[in-house]
Every structure is written in structure tokens, then in C-alpha cells.
Design a protein around this ligand. Structure first.
Ligand code: ASP
Length: 340
């Protein structure tokens, strides 16, 4: 491929709203005419094609089925484009970016997620800048290789590894954080890539996609005063195969005997429990306190510094692919896409 060409996939979210000149209200952007709406894009010396979901969705309605649809679009267009931009609502962008990072195997091209806090049709919108820069990054190649062959999230002035992000601000233009991993690029006058932190594949293996996600996963957030019946209800949900447990600090949970017994019973009957921290930064270290050591002894899996978004989607991905619990636990402890 000599010249870059980027495919922009619009799923929905605030970014795609423009003001209807007749009614003055915000209506979805017609992506067929993206070059007319954002004329700056015409200055790029590469092609831009667009695909728009119909209907477009608020990202609160995102589902694993839609993740599968997204990876199918990337799969069928993979060889024609040098990079992909996915426009997505900010609310669940960190989940979708995490999910796709696992579902796309041996990725050699950028898949850049972006969106905005203010609609494209508003004067102070952050959408235009986000869109233009995301497209530039998706097209950027050096020595005939993508600068960032990863699933990432670009917002305001930083490019992050997608499976390291969390939405933390509902109104600030800087909506995302990645506290446990440095930005892959910082954008000011220039795009400054943080090369030592970008994953470049050394083995040339063929790109393929996973299309199976098993959502029999529950999320249990521990809090002081949590009741036995609530914890029991979660562990005993019919069909549940795994529980992501958000614990305190470095992976600690109550050591009351009822709690320990419930964890033990769940592990014994084959429910996989993955321990992640409620803290935005830092890692689970179950050996640090007695309250964590106990969990480790019971067979709770260490989630290290995984975000909750990455933990849930990685679990769905592994449950969809693997049958052996031992194998799933082994892969949970391994960094598959730089998520740990
Ligand atoms: N609720 C919207 C969504 O996530 C918010 C946004 O686009 O930022 O789709």
C-alpha cells in the first residue's frame, strides 16, 4: 500500500450531532458528507472513507453483539485501509476499546477511538480537533509501518492505549485517564509519539478476529457494610462463570468468615474470581495485607493493575475462547495486549 487511506466508522455518541439549519436542534451528522462538514479534512493527502451505523447509538446501549459487528467491519476492510477511526460515545468508549483490543489478534494497524463532549455542531466543540487528529494518527506511517499499531483512545491532547483507559470526567474536555500507563502520544504543535511504550509486534503473524464474547460475568464492588445476602446473590447468579471483584486498595476485602466462606464456595464450584482494585492507579498485590493473602490462598486470581473495563472485557473474551478454567486463569495473569 503506497498511500494511506483511513476508514472512519461512526457508531454514534455526541460527536456526530450537528445543528439543523432549519430547526436549530441537534440532529445526527450525515457522514456521507463529512468532507463538506469538516473541510479541513480535504487538506490531507490521503483518502478518507466513512461507514455509519444505522441506527446510530448512544454508547450506553453498547453490547458485545455490536463489538462483534465492529470487528467484522474491520476484518472485511482490513487490507484496504492503513488505519481505522471509530467515533463512539464517551460513556462506554473504554469498554469498547478494551474489548476490541482483545478481539483483534496480531493487529498491525491503528484503530483509534475518539468522540467528543460537545457535539460537532456547537461552536466550541472538541469534536473537530479530536476527529482530525485521530484520522491523522490512524494514517500515520513510518518506514511503511503504522506508528501506533494498537487499539487506542485519542481525546483532547493525548493518545492512550485503549485497554488502559477509563472515563473519569463527565464534562471536562479531558474525559479520559490512563493512570497506570503513559500516553502513547502527546499532541501539541506536533504529534510526539512515545515510542518505548507503543507495542510493536516482533512476530509476523496473520491478523484475525475473535467473534465470540461470553457475557456470563458479574461485577462485585465491595464496600464497608456490604451484606452477606448481596455477596451470596452475586456468586450464585444462575450460570455465572466469572466475577470481577473490585476490592479496596491493593486488593483487600473483608476477612469476615461469612465472606471467606462465600468466596471459597464460589471458587470450589468453578466460578473464576478476578481481583481488581477500586483505585484508579496502582496494582493489586494480594500478599501485602492479611485481608488479601486470604483471597489468594482461596484461589482468587490477581488482576494486577487492570482497569475494570479491561477486566470485564478480557473475561468475556477468554470465556468465549477457552473452555479450561486453568487456561483462562493462566491467561488472566498474562498481559495479552499490554493491558497489565
Ligand atoms: N451518552 C453519550 C454516549 O456515550 C455521551 C457521549 O457521546 O459522549 O453515547
Amino acid at each position: 500500500m503506497s498511500k494511506s487511506k483511513v476508514l472512519v466508522i461512526y457508531t454514534g455518541g455526541t460527536i456526530g450531532m450537528v445543528r439543523d439549519p432549519e430547526t436549530g436542534s441537534l440532529v445526527p451528522f450525515d457522514f456521507e458528507h463529512i468532507l463538506d462538514k469538516v473541510p479541513e479534512l480535504k487538506q490531507f493527502d490521503f483518502g478518507i472513507d466513512t461507514i455509519s451505523f444505522d441506527p446510530i447509538i448512544d454508547s450506553s446501549n453498547m453490547t458485545p453483539e455490536i463489538w462483534i459487528r465492529l470487528v467484522e467491519i474491520i476484518e472485511s476492510n482490513y487490507h484496504e485501509y492503513s488505519g481505522f477511526v471509530i467515533l463512539h460515545g464517551t460513556d462506554t468508549m473504554a469498554y469498547t476499546a478494551s474489548a476490541l483490543s482483545f478481539m483483534l489478534h496480531n493487529l498491525e494497524k491503528p484503530v483509534v477511538f475518539t468522540g467528543s463532549q460537545l457535539p460537532m455542531g456547537m461552536i466550541r466543540t472538541d469534536g473537530k480537533e479530536n476527529l482530525i487528529t485521530a484520522i491523522e494518527i490512524a494514517a500515520d506511517r513510518k518506514d511503511n509501518m503504522a506508528q501506533v499499531p494498537e487499539v487506542c483512545v485519542f481525546f483532547q491532547d493525548k493518545l492512550y492505549r485503549g485497554n488502559r483507559t477509563t472515563k473519569y470526567n463527565a464534562e471536562n474536555f479531558r474525559a479520559f485517564r490512563s493512570d497506570n500507563y503513559p500516553p502513547l502520544a502527546e499532541i501539541g504543535l506536533h504529534i510526539k509519539y512515545n515510542y518505548p511504550f507503543i507495542r510493536y509486534r516482533t512476530m509476523k503473524e496473520v491478523f484475525f478476529v475473535s467473534k465470540k464474547m461470553d457475557n456470563r460475568v458479574a461485577l462485585l464492588k465491595i464496600f464497608p457494610g456490604i451484606s452477606e445476602s448481596m455477596v451470596r446473590a452475586i456468586f450464585e447468579i444462575e450460570g455465572v462463570r466469572a466475577v470481577v471483584m473490585e476490592t479496596f486498595g491493593s486488593g483487600n476485602a473483608p476477612n469476615a468468615s461469612w465472606f471467606i466462606d462465600l468466596v471459597k464456595q464460589a471458587v470450589d464450584k468453578g466460578v473464576i474470581i478476578l481481583n481488581v482494585t477500586q483505585c484508579l492507579a496502582g496494582s493489586v498485590e494480594m500478599w501485602r495485607y492479611e485481608t488479601g493473602v486470604k483471597l489468594e490462598q482461596l484461589g482468587v486470581v490477581n488482576g494486577y493493575d487492570l482497569t475494570t473495563e479491561a477486566a470485564i472485557t478480557k473475561m468475556m473474551f477468554l470465556l468465549g475462547r477457552e473452555t479450561s478454567i486453568t487456561q483462562i486463569k493462566r491467561k488472566l495473569n498474562k498481559s495479552l495486549r499490554g493491558e497489565i
